[in-house]
Design a protein around this ligand. Sequence first.
Ligand code: AP5
Length: 211
Amino acid sequence: MKIIFLGAPGAGKGTQAEIVAGRLGIPTVSTGAMIRSALRSGTELGKKAQAFMEAGALVPDDVVIGIIKERLAEKDCQNGFILDGFPRTVAQAEALDAMGVAIDRAVSIEVPDRAIMERMTGRRVCPSCSASYHVTFHPTADGIHCDKCGAELTMRADDKPDVVLSRLEVYHSTTEPIKAFYEGKGTLICVDGVGTVEEISARTLSALGVC
Ligand code: AP5
């Protein structure tokens, strides 16, 4: 299956993508994670993307389309994948079509803006293994260190309240119109993203026809 996860920043795309990918035995491809990794390694891509990311703006289409093209050509993507955070503009969706990638389902996780701020400002991430937690909804055992590797958790620079507001604006103006693009192809599924992680993954798996 080739699946796209759409939704506002903090809607739970990454959380749900990991669960569904585990059930289907396919990889998750997250442009946000790839860009953050490039930033940490100080590559040219990371340097180009840093200012956009920290301001809550989108990284230019040509940069992101280039990294997705390379990633989808890798062997582990040949039997399917979940795209988390791509496409984010109509131009990116058209580029995916032009690559000959036929998407089976575009899953939009619907969460109202008022719930997003609480999710994002409470998110904590592991700088070492990239695991993601939440101070209230998904805390670690001691609230300070990663349960998986023991590193001290940090907050993402783009999870500060003013940057979250910018990211929400960008989502509504630029990314949300993609829903109409996939609706026109008959592949859009909207899932209610309010509830526990388990409730939302049950809804998502059911909508995808995975028991
Ligand atoms: P990216 O990393 O993709 O960020 P995002 O889309 O803004 O999404 P997030 O990762 O912040 O949230 P999510 O929906 O995955 O939610 P999560 O599961 O983590 O992109 C970052 C930046 O990179 C962009 O702003 C842009 O600059 C650049 N970029 C990336 N892709 C690009 C592209 N294609 N084109 C251009 N630029 C691009 O959950 C969030 C929190 O909520 C967590 O703490 C989690 O524990 C908690 N949570 C999850 N589910 C629930 C629940 N049901 N109840 C309570 N809490 C929950």
